[in-house]
Design a protein around this ligand. Structure first.
Ligand code: COA
Length: 175
């Protein structure tokens, strides 16, 4: 578990990142359903991966979840879901990362991502891959990824739809 002061949060509201507990599943579902740029299909997929991560192996081996909450208590304010990329030696996928709208811009996403990197490194991983959409809805998200260390690694035109390309981003995990 790690505790970091959120830059612009009230002093009593430190961000605490900890492993998933089975009891988190319902509150993470509420958090996921509050994310404005997730489509219903994306929400369903994100919830399914949290359920797999909270269950027995092989789901829990394939999908890891870290949860962010504030030291003031209350439900999770953020989470990240990631896992080893099949058939690679040291590449991991960051499947989802989301922060509750009420605490965005205060360092929670960066703190979560740093803990994802720490967990990946501890497991022998060397890089994280993100696949995202080229749609304007995801511009802010792409700026977040860039700020935490991702570089563009590929683009597949019209992958999701005629007006929606697949963007592949890679973050080399820091030592
Ligand atoms: C992307 C997201 C996780 C960022 O979380 P956050 O807690 O607001 O991010 P942080 O406050 O830790 O910001 C980290 C860095 O990213 C930058 N950043 C974050 N949101 C940004 C935005 N909307 N526009 C530009 N830059 C942004 C910050 O300026 C900061 O950079 P700095 O530390 O160098 O100043 C959050 O906005 C979110 O949940 N978005 C909706 C869900 C989503 O799209 N998830 C990703 C796809 S799975």
């Amino acid at each position: 578990m790690v505790e970091v002061a959120a830059a612009s949060a009230a002093p009593e509201r430190h961000i605490v990142v900890r492993p998933l507990r089975p009891a988190d599943v319902a509150s993470l579902e509420s958090l996921i359903r509050s994310v404005e740029n997730f489509s219903p299909a994306e929400m369903a997929c994100a919830v399914e991966l949290v359920e797999l991560a909270a269950g027995p192996p092989p789901g829990a081996d394939d999908y890891k979840v870290l949860v962010a909450e504030t030291s003031a208590g209350g439900p999770p304010v953020g989470y990240a879901c990631f896992g080893p990329t099949p058939m690679t030696r040291s590449t991991w996928d960051l499947y989802w990362i989301a922060v509750a709208p009420s605490v965005r811009g205060a360092g929670c996403g960066r703190t979560l991502h740093a803990e994802v990197e720490r967990a990946v490194r501890a497991a022998g991983g060397r890089r994280l891959r993100v696949e995202t959409s080229s749609k304007q809805d995801y511009d802010a998200t792409c700026r977040f990824y860039q700020r935490v260390g991702y570089l563009p690694a590929g683009r597949v035109e019209r992958f999701y739809a005629d007006d929606d390309d697949l963007l592949i981003l890679i973050c080399e995990v820091k030592d």
